[in-house]
Design a protein around this ligand. Structure first.
Ligand code: F0G
Length: 412
C-alpha cells in the first residue's frame, strides 16, 4: 500500500518485502455486476456466505478451499434497538451466528484456503480469543497444524475452550495482545509459519463479504451508516475495501459512512481520528471488552483509508456504555458479546452528540455470540447496579416461596 510494489498472490506474504508496510489484494472488479457476483462459484461453494461472492475474492483453486459454510448471517430489525440509538432504523447483522460464533470465520476461510494453496504446513495467529477459536477450527478442517499465542489470563474461557478443543497448540504469554502479535510476527519473518492475523491481506478479502452480503440482503438499499467495533482494525479495513470496490464497480450509488467504535480504554485510532489524523500514539489497552483490548492496531493505514473514503466516524465509548448497550441487545432476545455492543453504544453516542439526524438508518455488526463471554454477562446482572441488571432471585425451595416470586412477577 505504501510503496506501490506488487507481488504474486501465490506467496505467503503478510508485509511488503520492500518497505515493510501493509499489503492489499488487488481484485479486478471491472465488469462485475450484482448479477455476476457468484460467477465461478460451484454448488459446494454457493453454500458459503463468503464464497458465493466469488467474483470479489482471490482466485484460489476450488480444491484448496476450506469452508465451514460460514456467512449467510441474518439482519435483525427491532424498534427497541433503533429507539435506544435514537435513529429511525438500526439493523443488527449477527456475525456471531457463524460456525465458531464470530465474524472471524469469514476471513479464516479465505486465509486458510490461501495457506493450503501455497502449501503451508503450519498456520498461526496471536489473538484475543475469537481469531484463535476460528483458526483452530479451520486448521483442523484442513488437517494443518495451528499455533496460537494468547495473552495469559486475558481471554474469555469460552474462546479458550474452543481453541483448545479444536486442537491448536496454545501458547500463553506474559503480556498483552500487542506483545503476542509482535512476537509472532518476528517468528513468522524467520520461519515458514503462515500468519493469519488480519495483517494477512487474504483474510480481509473474506471479511469484505460481510458488507457485500448485508447490502445484498437489503436489496442494495444502502443504509446511511455501517457500525462496527474496532480493535486491530482488520474489519474496518476490510469493510472500507469492500465499499471502495463496490463503488468502483458501480454496484452501489451511495457510500454508507463507516462508524468504527473503540472502547475508551483502548482507543488509539479514535484519538488519531479526533486529532484530525495528526497524531497517532499507541496506548496500553484496558477494557472489559477483551476482544478489542488492543493498544497498537496493526491495520491503522488501511483503516484510515476506510474512514476517509466513507467520511466515517471513530467514536469511543466507556465500558459502562458498552455493557448497557449489550444488555439492551441481549434483552430483546438477540444477544452478543461485549465488544459487539460497542456498535450500538457508539451510534447512540454520535446521535446524542448531534452528529447524526433522527431519520438516519444504520446496520450494526454484532461480531460475536452472547455465549462467547458468559462471565461478563453474569457479572453485569449479578453484581452490577446497571439500569438493565436482571438479578436472579434465590429461594429456599418451598412452594410458598415460589408463590411469593410469582405474585411479585404478576404485581410488580
Ligand atoms: N469484535 C470481536 C468480537 C472481536 O473478536 C474482534 C477482534 C473485534 C471486534 C475487532 O475486530 O480487530 O478487526 O478491529 N478480535 C481479534 C481476535 C483481535 O484475536 O480475536 P478488528
Amino acid at each position: 500500500m505504501a510503496c506501490g510494489s506488487t507481488f504474486s498472490g501465490t506467496q505467503p506474504l503478510t508485509s511488503c518485502p520492500n518497505c515493510g508496510g501493509l499489503l492489499d489484494c488487488v481484485i479486478p472488479t471491472n465488469g462485475v455486476t450484482r448479477a455476476s457476483l457468484s460467477v465461478g462459484a460451484s454448488r459446494r461453494l454457493m453454500q458459503s456466505g463468503v464464497w458465493k461472492y466469488r467474483a470479489l475474492l482471490p482466485a484460489i483453486p476450488d480444491d484448496a478451499v476450506v469452508t465451514r459454510f460460514e456467512g449467510n448471517t441474518p439482519i435483525y430489525f427491532d424498534d427497541r434497538i433503533a429507539d435506544y440509538a435514537g435513529i429511525a432504523s438500526f439493523g443488527l447483522k449477527h456475525e456471531g451466528e457463524n460456525p465458531t460464533a464470530s465474524f472471524k470465520d469469514r476471513g479464516m476461510t479465505v486465509g486458510v484456503s490461501h495457506a493450503v494453496s501455497v502449501g503451508a504446513q503450519i498456520v498461526a495467529c496471536a489473538s484475543t480469543g475469537n481469531t484463535s477459536a476460528s483458526l483452530a477450527s479451520y486448521a483442523a478442517a484442513a488437517k494443518l497444524a495451528a499455533l496460537v499465542l494468547i495473552p495469559e489470563g486475558k481471554i474469555s474461557s469460552g474462546k479458550l475452550s474452543q481453541t483448545i478443543a479444536h486442537g491448536a497448540r496454545v501458547v500463553q504469554i506474559e503480556g498483552d495482545f500487542d506483545k503476542a502479535l509482535s512476537l509472532l510476527r518476528e517468528l513468522t519473518e524467520r520461519y515458514p509459519v503462515y500468519l493469519v492475523n488480519s495483517v494477512n491481506p487474504f483474510r480481509l478479502e473474506g471479511q469484505k463479504t460481510t458488507v457485500v452480503e448485508a447490502l445484498d440482503q437489503l436489496d442494495w438499499r444502502v443504509p446511511d451508516l455501517i457500525a462496527l467495533p474496532g480493535g486491530n482494525l482488520g474489519n474496518t479495513s476490510a469493510f472500507g475495501k469492500a465499499l471502495i470496490e463496490l463503488t468502483g464497480a458501480g454496484l452501489i450509488d451511495k457510500t454508507p459512512q463507516l462508524v468504527t467504535v473503540q472502547a475508551a480504554g483502548s482507543a488509539p485510532f479514535s484519538a488519531y481520528y479526533e486529532s484530525g489524523w495528526e497524531e497517532y500514539e499507541p496506548v496500553h489497552a484496558e477494557t472489559i471488552a477483551t476482544a478489542i483490548k488492543i493498544g497498537n492496531p496493526a491495520s491503522v493505514p488501511r483503516a484510515k483509508r476506510a474512514i476517509e473514503f466513507t467520511s466515517g466516524f471513530v467514536p469511543n465509548v466507556t465500558d459502562e456504555e458498552i455493557m448497557d448497550a449489550k444488555a439492551v441487545i441481549d434483552r430483546v432476545g438477540i444477544g452478543c458479546e461485549p465488544a459487539s455492543a460497542a456498535t450500538l453504544a457508539g451510534v447512540r453516542k454520535l446521535r446524542q452528540q448531534g452528529m447524526l439526524s433522527a431519520d438516519a438508518t444504520a446496520i450494526g455488526i454484532l461480531t460475536g455470540h452472547v455465549l462467547k463471554d458468559g462471565d461478563a454477562t453474569v457479572k453485569y446482572h449479578f453484581e452490577g447496579d446497571g439500569p438493565m441488571a436482571n438479578k436472579p432471585v434465590s429461594i429456599p425451595g418451598t412452594l410458598a416461596d415460589l408463590e411469593r416470586v410469582l405474585s411479585d412477577a404478576l404485581h410488580g
